[in-house]
Design a protein around this ligand. Structure first.
Ligand code: NAD
Length: 249
């Protein structure tokens, strides 16, 4: 399937997990792909790599311009960089709220702002934001993280409306717990990682974690010209959690 032939894509947080799987998949399907990441040291050809921090506007602007120069234009932005936070509203202070919000929400705004002038010049322009089941599931011990993903969901809808007439589609994916280095780090920090993993799997409606490749496939669909009639929507890749109204406890 070479449905991305002739198209250029930028993937934030593309050095690991869902972002890396997406960057690789888009490249396999014919796109020219650049990765923007805090640590792009493991990213190699055919991907272009750019070091940037989505919480730093100047860094994002410079990396987007450098990526567009490498790619020769920009058709697709995958706004995927994000970080986690655990706890109730009493567990995270203002500094932590600002830090995580600045990456997960404003980071996507900054990257979109830098990319939009280039996307408007494309006849297949698409933005896909990586949201989460946390946006709507009411997950315990995830107040800050859930609030950022709720904002990503709202932002997706607002951007889809604002840029509809400019030919830029904007959608998001809502992954459930996905088997990425992020979850690996969470498990490693647990007293009994194997038991923690089993508990996490047991909480999934399908009894297993979502794979990064499964999320990447959904992102690729929303970014592809085949999804030309789809904007302002969210696609769940969560083992049935959202659709079946199930929720981990
Ligand atoms: P990951 O930690 O494996 O990869 C995240 C990447 O983002 C890393 O390469 C990291 O260097 C980069 N990054 C982090 N902060 C950055 C910053 N300030 N600037 C630039 N790059 C930065 O994580 P993942 O599991 O692949 O998660 C990717 C996205 O998917 C996140 O937005 C996350 O919220 C979302 N998500 C993950 C899961 C899950 O269970 N893994 C579930 C739902 C949603």
């Amino acid at each position: 399937m070479n449905d991305f032939e002739g198209l250029s894509a930028l993937v934030t947080g593309g050095a690991s997990g869902i972002g890396r799987a997406t960057a690789d998949l888009l490249a396999e399907r014919g796109a020219r792909v650049a990765v923007l990441d805090l640590d792009p040291s493991g990213v190699d050809k055919p991907l272009f790599a750019h070091r940037a921090d989505v919480s730093d506007d100047a860094s994002v602007r410079a990396a987007v311009e450098a990526a567009v120069a490498d790619l020769g234009g920009l058709d697709i932005l995958i706004n995927n960089a994000g970080i986690g936070a655990q706890g109730t509203v009493e567990d995270n202070d203002d500094t932590e709220w600002h830090r995580v919000w600045d990456v997960n929400v404003v980071g996507m705004v900054r990257t979109a702002r830098a990319a939009l002038p280039h996307l408007r010049a494309s006849s297949h322009a698409a933005i896909v934001n990586t949201c989460s089941v946390a946006a709507t599931a009411g997950l315990p011990q995830r107040a800050l993280y859930s609030a950022t993903k709720g904002a990503v969901l709202s932002l997706t809808l607002a951007m889809a409306a604002d840029h509809l007439r400019e030919g830029v589609r904007v959608n998001c994916v809502n992954p459930g717990t996905a088997d990425t280095p992020w979850i690996g780090r969470l498990l490693d920090a647990a007293p009994d990682p194997a038991a923690e993993r089993a508990a996490l799997e047991a909480r999934q409606p399908t009894g297993r974690l979502v794979s990064a490749a499964e999320v990447a496939a959904a992102i690729a669909y929303l970014a592809s010209p085949l999804a030309g009639a789809t904007t302002g929507t969210s696609l769940a890749v969560d083992g049935g959690m959202q659709g079946l109204r199930l929720r981990p406890v």
